[in-house]
Design a protein around this ligand. Structure first.
Ligand SMILES: Nc1ncnc2c1ncn2[C@@H]1O[C@H](COP(=O)(O)OP(=O)(O)OP(=O)(O)O)[C@@H](O)[C@H]1O
Ligand SMILES: [Mg+2]
Length: 460
């Protein structure tokens, strides 16, 4: 019955005992009731996906519930905003006249100085109108203030902190640079400081461009992980059904996050496991693509390139136990930072991700998804390395990594390669893996067959 906090809520230090309604009832359901009072929500989307429209719904609903709103826009043409609002039945002028809505049309620089000045125009507007909801359209316009990412990050934090201090619930609209893709953008570190992220996206399906909505993050709350279709009509947002298609959000044109940013992206999209997996896969593809084909005349030339740091792999080891033509290499996991960071940030998502990954790649996950991934990267790199016209083959033997506090070894392939665990351990650093290079696969296999197992075999 009374679920609207504006109806029955008690305001204790600005924290209401319910949720803040978005203005779109299906979205409220997806959010487990709505936003948390006083929280900041990022609404991301490409041009025309409906960010402004969502902001208008949010403010109009607040006003209906007796909560004043503040709309800050850096867009030049104010007239079109009033017109767009009218086209979905929202009369901004009427709200302004009734002093339920304050519109600020300004530049990012002026807005920043407003926000910085205690008791200035921003504080005054919030206090005078009793503002409870704020929309900033579009937050990323502040990027014109500086090109220095650190400064932008601190400005973004400053703005969000000011909003928090006023205990207003805010929608920070964020423009995606690409029409398709741009999922998981890490603008000014904003995704980490906001409580909620709603992603709007175009989807190309069956020769039509449609729209998709997904809640990427909703801190401390259950939320839907469905990707739903929505349309915008003269009544505003109409949320439809869950998409029955794959890669709706990630699509094929997803810009891939850098490996360094991967842990952050993954911990944010942790609950959306398919997206997390897709991010890992995309990162891999990109890593693989960044290597060009390399041709060496001889094995020695290749080894020399490794020493000079010019080859795709990092380190060669000579095994303590001489073994025919086998050459071993160890390599630091390119995901090592991701693994430890993810372990720390979001261990539950990490476990879930490992489970899902193992299902997707049965028999391949050695310790955790990143091992599988690393393996594929190596295959991509070395698959492009030719010695005397022949490609190199690799076989993973063992990897050593710290997962959820304990050190794990993937030892599956050791035995078949007649290598003792102790021997492997002596070669391996943390977050590294050991693999065998089959430079001349047929020859190496034939020689391996002839080998008598080393004495240390029993240690396994
Ligand atoms: N009354 C309406 N009837 C039908 N569609 C509408 C209506 N109002 C808006 N739309 C649709 O919503 C889209 C734009 O929505 P909106 O302005 O909220 O997007 P946006 O993400 O803020 O875009 P931008 O990045 O350009 O600011 C329009 O392109 C149109 O397709
Ligand atoms: Mg807009």
């Amino acid at each position: 019955m009374f679920t609207d906090y504006a109806v029955i809520g008690t305001n204790v230090g600005g924290i209401m005992n319910g949720r803040v309604k978005t203005g779109i009832s299906s979205l409220d359901k997806m959010l487990g009731g709505g936003f948390y009072p006083g929280s900041a929500c990022m609404v991301k989307g490409a041009p025309g996906t409906g960010k402004t429209t969502l902001g208008l719904h949010f403010l109009a609903r607040g006003i209906e519930l007796g909560e004043a709103g503040l709309y800050v826009t850096f867009e030049e043409f104010s007239g079109s905003l009033y017109r767009d609002a009218r086209s979905i039945g929202i009369d901004l002028k009427k709200y302004e006249e009734a002093e339920k809505l304050k519109m600020i049309f300004t530049t990012p620089e002026v807005f920043l100085s407003m926000v910085r000045k205690p008791g200035g125009e921003f504080d005054e507007a919030i206090l005078k109108y009793g503002v409870k909801r704020v929309v900033i359209d579009a937050f990323n316009h502040i990027e014109i203030i500086s090109e220095d990412p650190r400064r932008m990050r601190s400005l973004a934090y400053l703005m969000v902190n000011v909003l928090r201090r006023h205990q207003v619930t805010s929608l920070l609209l964020q423009e995606d640079r690409l029409f398709l893709g741009d999922v998981g953008g890490l603008e000014f570190g904003l995704p980490y400081i906001v409580e909620t992220i709603i992603q709007l996206k175009y989807v190309e399906l069956e020769s039509r461009v449609r729209k998709a909505l997904l809640i990427m993050k909703h801190r401390a709350s259950k939320h839907s992980n469905e990707i739903v279709e929505y349309t915008i009509t003269d009544r505003g947002y109409q949320i439809g059904r869950q998409y029955e298609a794959d890669h709706v959000i990630t699509g094929s044109a997803v810009p891939r996050p850098a490996v360094e940013g991967l842990a952050s992206s993954l911990s944010d999209v942790g609950p959306s496991l398919d997206i997390s997996i897709r991010l890992i896969e995309d990162t891999l593809t990109r890593m693989g693509q960044s290597f060009s084909e390399e041709h060496y005349d001889s094995k020695e030339d290749f080894f020399e390139a490794i020493e000079k740091g010019e080859a795709g792999i990092s380190k060669l080891e000579s095994s303590p136990i001489p073994r025919a033509e086998d050459t071993y290499a160890t390599e630091q996991c390119p995901f090592r930072a991701t693994v430890s960071e993810l372990n720390e940030r979001n261990p539950e998502a990490f476990i879930a991700l490992t489970g899902r990954y193992k299902k997707k790649y049965p028999g391949r996950a050695i310790v955790h998804p990143f091992c599988v991934s690393h393996q594929s990267v190596r295959e991509l790199i070395l698959g492009k390395t030719y010695i005397n016209g022949k490609p190199i083959h690799t076989e993973t033997l063992v990897c050593r990594s710290q997962v959820l506090g304990s050190i794990s070894y993937g030892t599956k392939a050791l035995k078949s390669n007649r290598m003792a665990k102790k021997e492997a351990e002596s070669l391996l650093d943390m977050n590294a893996c050991l693999y065998k290079l089959l430079i001349n696969k047929d020859q190496a296999k034939a020689k391996a067959k002839e080998l008598t197992p080393p004495e240390t075999r029993d240690i396994l």
